[in-house]
Ligand binder design. Sequence first.
Ligand SMILES: O=P(O)(O)O[C@H]1[C@H](O)[C@@H](O)[C@H](O)[C@@H](O)[C@@H]1O
Ligand SMILES: [Mg+2]
Ligand SMILES: [Mg+2]
Length: 296
Amino acid sequence: MVDVWQTAMDHAVGAARRAGQVCCSGALIRCVDQVVREALQDDRKVMTKSSSVDLVTQTDQKVEQLIIQSVKEKFPTHRFIGEESVAAGESCVLTDAPTWIIDPIDGTTNFVHAFPFVAVSIGFSVNKQVEFGVVFSCLEDKMFTARRGKGAFCDGEPLQVSDQEDIKQSIIATEFGSSRDPEAVDRIFSSLRNVLCIPVHGVRGAGTAAINMCLVASGCVEAYYEIGIHVWDIAAGSLIVSEAGGVLMDVDGKDGGPLDLMSRRIVAANSRTIAERIVREIDAFGPPRDDEPLRR
Ligand SMILES: O=P(O)(O)O[C@H]1[C@H](O)[C@@H](O)[C@H](O)[C@@H](O)[C@@H]1O
Ligand SMILES: [Mg+2]
Ligand SMILES: [Mg+2]
């Protein structure tokens, strides 16, 4: 049978690697070279989006345009949902059409502060189902990939989630997100307190949703949850987790409900037992959906 999306996936891997080189040369320069750092004053200009801590740089915008242009040349009929294009006013609606869902720099705050976890994330959906996901963790130089039904890989090596079923023997990843609304922060802290006091062995966060999900897929942490993320943060990572044997859910009711890429809420875990326990412990508030027209 013809593997219709393999060419698109090969293109995504190449685009992610090229994009990662652009981000990471910037990030490494920030770490090591004060002189170049000053010379790059313009490139380092940090702007804000939905809040004063929701950061964006010219590199985010440049990398997204590089990826979109290269895809358009090869697949002119495909659609896009790109983080920085949506910030610039493009619509954020997932249709049945082949759609590239792009986070040019996942972990922009890390990037700005030279905290060394930054990823390029490219998901590709058809009929609203993710067909492949590519996450390039550029400072670690690790390429995570997954095709629906064909497994998940890191640099070509198969990935498998942890087999730990006891949440008390687990590490859970999460993030605080970019809202500083005191009510939302209280809810995030109350969830965090509940999870920590299960008790779990530890709580971690890499500062990028995509890498947190690759950590679940690699078996380094048992689960990752977050409320407030966007479709571009999780499209690629969600397939990498499920193809590594993990489970994905929303945070509704007792069993979470099926993952909804637009709901801005996710639990990604090694097992249903651990995912459902997290759902029971967290405060399931609902930020405005990604496809809600008046969210900005
Ligand atoms: O760096 P971003 O692409 O903006 O993604 C971030 C997101 O903004 C933040 O809310 C999450 O907590 C992080 O995990 C994302 O990766
Ligand atoms: Mg992101
Ligand atoms: Mg981003």
